[in-house]
Write a protein that binds this ligand. Structure first.
Ligand code: HEC
Length: 111
């Protein structure tokens, strides 16, 4: 039984890690850092995870390239307020908001 649980946990962890690795790379992180100084690959992955977990609660998830950088910069803070109001607490803090914005802007652009 213990072995089975260990095996299942390993499969889940491996699947989660490989999904992240194939999604975004260090080159995305360095593109991100040009616009959002100090952004790491971990920040981008957190942004993606948070975006997917919180931003589809009321409507479908938009693709990062569905909006321009300028649009995301005004939409994300407004929508983070929506998330925090809905959850009744500070679900997304300032750092997480920045991660979401960096993820959307970086993956929505090629430069
Ligand atoms: C509590 C519900 C709720 C949550 C959670 C929510 N949204 Fe929204 N969102 C809305 C509503 C309502 C609208 C349409 C009215 C408006 O634009 O304010 C909208 C509109 C949008 C639009 C289109 C607006 C435009 O001007 O193009 C985008 C893009 C968007 N949301 C992104 C997000 C992102 C990113 C998150 C997560 C940070 C998020 N939403 C979380 C309710 C929500």
């Amino acid at each position: 039984m213990k072995k089975t649980i260990f095996f299942l946990v390993s499969v889940i962890v491996l699947a989660a890690c490989s999904a992240k690795v194939t999604m975004m790379s260090e080159s995305d992180a360095s593109r991100a850092a040009k616009k959002f100084s100090g952004t790491t690959l971990a920040n981008l992955n957190e942004g993606k995870t948070n975006y997917e977990a919180n931003c589809g609660l009321c409507h479908g998830l938009k693709k990062p390239d569905a909006r321009t950088e300028e649009q995301w910069k005004s939409i994300v803070p407004r929508m983070v307020n929506q998330v925090n109001k809905k959850m009744g607490k500070e679900e997304i803090d300032a750092q997480e908001q920045q991660n979401i914005l960096a993820y959307l802007v970086t993956m929505g652009a090629t430069n």
